[in-house]
Design a binder for this molecule. Structure first.
Ligand code: COA
Length: 158
């Protein structure tokens, strides 16, 4: 007979598979609402291919997700991160940080670009990228980069 564990087993980050797509879309829609589709970041994702996706499951349900997209920045290969979402009832338990870390680990030496909140992404080493140009309206202060050197130039699907 085993004693009950003092704490539940840690939730694991898993690689997203194609069967997860509908659940991921549902999670992202709940987190961002339909307004997300008006965003310049979404226009870029529509034209890019997924390089990797990561999910967190609890009892078979997806409660966290993030995707990386293949892009170039100023002609150099890079990854575009987003959207990242954790279900409202599972936030502030470190899942968001684990998902970002999975992206950072996957990227290795490749730079990561995103459009997001510096107060949140700054803790993972992302910094404003004033010389990066997305093809559409964007608050340039929210264009953030994590990688060796300064990123500059146009962002295109790879
Ligand atoms: C952002 C998000 C993915 C974080 O997930 P999470 O599992 O709660 O993340 P963690 O538990 O690792 O970190 C939570 C911490 O980040 C902070 N945080 C979350 N979103 C933030 C933001 N936009 N700006 C600043 N801080 C933020 C929380 O206040 C919390 O702070 P604390 O550690 O001092 O308590 C989640 O809040 C979410 O899905 N939000 C809606 C979608 C969204 O806005 N995504 C993009 C963010 S730019």
């Amino acid at each position: 007979m085993f004693d009950a564990p003092a704490r539940p087993a840690p939730l694991r980050i898993e690689i997203e598979v194609s069967a997860d797509a509908a659940a991921v879309e549902g999670l992202v829609l709940a987190a961002f609402g339909p307004g997300r589709f008006a965003k310049t970041a979404e226009r870029l994702r529509e034209r890019a291919r997924i390089a990797a996706g990561f999910v967190v499951r609890e009892d078979g349900r997806i409660i966290g997700s993030v995707r990386l997209w293949a892009i170039t920045v100023g002609g150099e290969p890079a990854l575009f991160l987003g959207p990242i979402a954790v279900s409202a009832d599972s936030r502030r338990a470190g899942l968001g940080a684990d998902l970002v870390q999975a992206c950072v680990d996957h990227a290795g030496d490749t730079g990561i670009l995103l459009v997001g909140d510096l107060p949140w992404f700054g803790r993972f080493g992302f910094r404003p990228a004033p010389d990066v140009r997305l093809s559409g309206p964007v608050d340039q202060r929210r264009v953030l980069w994590r990688g060796a050197g300064e990123a500059a130039g146009a962002v295109l699907p790879a």
